[in-house]
Design a binder for this molecule. Structure first.
Ligand code: ADP
Ligand code: ZN
Ligand code: ZN
Length: 711
């Protein structure tokens, strides 16, 4: 006798068949089983979702159903918690179940037959038992009083905690302790630890491996991120799925790891925007972590020195409605250790057009003379953001985007950072033939060049380069997305910084985040003003976080932290954001921002979604959005909570055209998350119908972004 099964397969993003498909099977396979099923002319990976209902009204159709080709019987079924997480994510982020489920599995699993999988499983080493010696050898350091307090409160807690700890306060040590205690207490327990960009933080992976591999075996810590090859990812995934791996360390994708013994999820630098996926199912791994914790009864720790305003708001006292426990560690580790002193340079009083104000330049020279390192931070890569003809109106527009192409001097190209279109720099102005075309503004490449000129006469102190008694020229290195394109180049550049070969490090936000630099005592933000007056309501939050993070790179070694400084060059030295920064006062900054957001009805006091559309013309893109809005008003007005939902008119996106495609968006907002979710669920069918109708003619793509980070 055959059984009827509902099975999820990979479906195209907006195919109307988003739900499970029905198949017949000789075996009764439990939900969560992985199978291979025929789909059209090919065979594909599927996940058994639930036993399908026998539909008595359609006995004939049932006969036409196809059989499951094979079951991957070597793999235990995916746990109910995992399936609920996928179900929730698909519903909440408005994507099909099949898409979310299959995207949450390692890509290589799609291509392996049952036999290939069996061979792979045989190759995986068996789980290792910890030895007594290993336990003794891993006695960790004495915790600070603040760390002890945070840990004690964490053990008393249930649900989600927000670890609000200054940079260098020892948050990582707290994560290590929580994980270690859990794994020792419960031999089946597993933890997921997420970081925003694992490629930038091999240090963290090394720390976890050093701590846990002696205790729990070589396979105890596995990584899961997009920088890995497909076979590596499959190996990690299998280790977690079988429970051999006790700690899964990864980027946002790790939130979907199959971990049947899951008891703890850590989200480090929880405020980081890279936890939000920006294509496909646009999920927030931070928010899903909190949800998954609740589903699977696992504790969740969100850690940050500058939490997202959402998490900060959720961690207000419980009697004011807070849902997370706030754990505070305001001080850096070490008796003498202090956060860097913040110095604002009023650029109104500096020589006109100075990129480095004279006092900042002096300070950098002094650090070099003392054998210390400086970090110069500018959040724009390339040489100059635009080239301009000095005789006519010509600028280096991208022919395919509504954006300028950036001048990269190193290979003399004009490169569009939106569509990738690159061309050699023209010898003369393409419009008027003038030979004089000049860079306008500056990026890190030009900053490095300029600084090298300014420091040309400075020599490194003798103690640093003993071989050359007269001293060598100053070493300036640059770390950004361009300088680290080659595999391994970031690691070798970082190694140079750590070894002390480098005097000044110039970089983008890439260097501001997370790295444990020991010799940097001065950090300078060259031109952070842009974000102060941005139309994006999250820009101040991001700027504050970035500057606090950047400041956190200075003086991480307690012996030298006393003299460490963070310099801010600004034309608005009295801006309240900088005033809070100077006092390292995140709570004051957050209070001011939250008050503003509450007045304006912005998140976290309201909930948002964006409907985006792309077409060859703005009219078509906006036409689709406005038609979807009209249809919603006509068809969904009876939905509960509809009156609480506001649909705004369609507008062009801030970069309106990319790669010759016009982009538009429409904001949907509600003070009630439930009302918004109810609306979006109802809108789904309306959107599909609108796409099929006249207003969908010429439309290339559409997508819904729930809880968007940039609007
Ligand atoms: P954070 O993650 O909060 O920025 P880390 O956990 O990286 O801070 O800690 C900063 C430094 O302090 C690290 O080098 C770490 O090894 C060290 N550290 C952490 N806790 C202690 C402690 N209790 N005693 C001594 N050193 C510690
Ligand atoms: Zn010209
Ligand atoms: Zn372009």
């Amino acid at each position: 006798m055959s059984h009827l099964l509902s099975i999820l397969v990979q479906t195209p993003a907006h195919s109307p068949v988003g739900g499970p498909l029905s198949y017949k099977s000789e075996l009764l396979l439990p939900p969560g089983s992985l199978v291979r099923v025929p789909l059209g002319t090919r065979e594909t990976l599927g996940v058994v979702w639930d036993a399908a209902q026998h539909d008595a009204s359609a006995p004939v159709a049932e006969k036409k159903l196809r059989y499951v080709a094979s079951a991957l019987t070597g793999l235990p079924a995916l746990a109910p918690g995992w399936r609920k997480l996928v179900g929730f994510a698909a519903g909440y982020y408005q994507r099909s179940l099949g898409e979310v489920a299959l995207a949450a599995l390692p890509p290589q699993l799609r291509d392996l037959s049952e036999q290939q999988l069996q061979r792979r499983l045989l190759r995986s080493p068996a789980p290792q038992r910890p030895g007594g010696d290993a336990i003794a050898s891993a006695v960790p350091m004495q915790l600070s009083l603040e760390q002890q307090g945070a840990l004690a409160a964490f053990y008393e807690s249930i649900g989600t905690s927000l670890l609000f700890g200054a940079t260098g306060s020892g948050k990582t040590e707290i994560y290590l302790r929580c994980v270690q205690d859990l794994l020792l207490r419960d031999p089946r327990a597993q933890a997921i630890v997420m970081v925003p960009e694992i490629n930038l933080t091999p240090q963290l992976q090394a720390r976890f491996m050093a701590r846990f591999c002696p205790l729990f075996g070589e396979q105890a810590v596995v990584a899961l991120h997009s920088g890995m090859t497909n076979p590596q990812r499959l190996k990690s995934w299998l280790a977690a799925h079988f429970g051999t791996a006790r700690v899964v360390l990864g980027t946002r994708m790790a939130v979907f790891a199959s971990a049947p013994g899951l008891r703890l999820i850590v989200v480090d630098e929880e405020h980081d925007p890279s936890y939000k996926q920006q294509e496909g199912a646009r999920y927030s791994a931070r928010d899903l972590a909190v949800y998954r914790g609740r589903l699977e009864n696992a504790k969740v720790i969100l850690g940050s020195a500058t939490p997202s305003l959402e998490s900060w708001h959720h961690s207000r006292p419980a009697d004011q409605g807070g849902r997370y426990l706030r754990l505070e560690m305001p001080s850096r580790i070490g008796p003498q250790s202090r956060l860097p002193q913040v110095r604002r340079v009023d650029m109104n009083n500096q020589p006109r057009r100075a990129v480095f104000s004279p006092p900042l330049l002096d300070a950098i020279k002094q650090r070099i003379a003392a054998g210390e390192q400086s970090l110069v931070f500018l959040n724009r890569r390339g040489y100059a953001p635009v080239l301009q003809c000095t005789a006519c109106e010509w600028k280096s527009d991208c022919p395919h985007c509504s954006a300028y192409r950036v001048f990269h001097k190193i290979d003399r190209t004009l490169r569009c950072h939106h569509c990738g279109y690159a061309e050699p720099v023209p010898r003369a102005c393409p419009a008027c033939g003038n030979m004089d075309i000049a860079p306008v503004g500056r990026g890190t490449e030009r900053l490095q060049e300029h600084l090298a000129e300014l420091l040309a006469d400075v020599r490194r102190p003798n103690s640093v380069s003993l071989q050359k008694p007269d001293g060598e020229p100053v070493h300036i290195t640059r770390i950004d997305a361009d300088s680290t394109r080659l595999a391994g180049s970031l690691q070798s550049q970082l190694a140079m910084v750590h070894s002390g070969e480098v005097d000044v490090l110039v970089g983008t936000q890439m260097v501001a985040k997370g790295h444990d630099f020991r010799r940097i005592t001065l950090v300078a933000a060259i031109n952070p003003d842009g974000a102060l007056f941005s139309s994006d309501f999250r820009a101040p939050e991001r700027l504050f976080g970035l500057l606090m993070q950047a400041a956190g790179r200075a003086g991480r070694d307690a012996d030298i932290s006393g003299q460490s400084e963070m310099w801010i060059q600004t034309f608005h030295p009295r801006h309240p954001l900088f005033a809070s920064l100077k006092r390292h006062d995140y709570p004051a900054f957050a209070a001011q921002q939250l008050a503003e957001r509450e007045r304006a009805g912005l998140p976290p006091f309201s909930f948002q979604a964006l409907l985006r559309a792309e077409a060859r013309t703005q009219e078509v893109a906006q036409g689709f959005l406005n038609a979807a809005s009209t249809a919603a008003a006509e068809q969904l007005a009876d939905l509960p909570g509809f009156a609480l939902v506001t649909l705004y008119p369609a507008v062009p996106m801030s970069v309106q055209r990319v790669a010759n495609v016009e982009r538009a968006q429409m904001l949907v907002e509600s003070p009630s998350r439930i009302a918004l979710q109810t609306f979006l669920a109802g809108w789904h069918a309306v959107l599909h119908a609108t796409r099929q109708g006249a207003a969908g003619k010429g439309l290339l793509r559409w997508a819904v972004d729930v809880d968007p980070l940039a609007i």
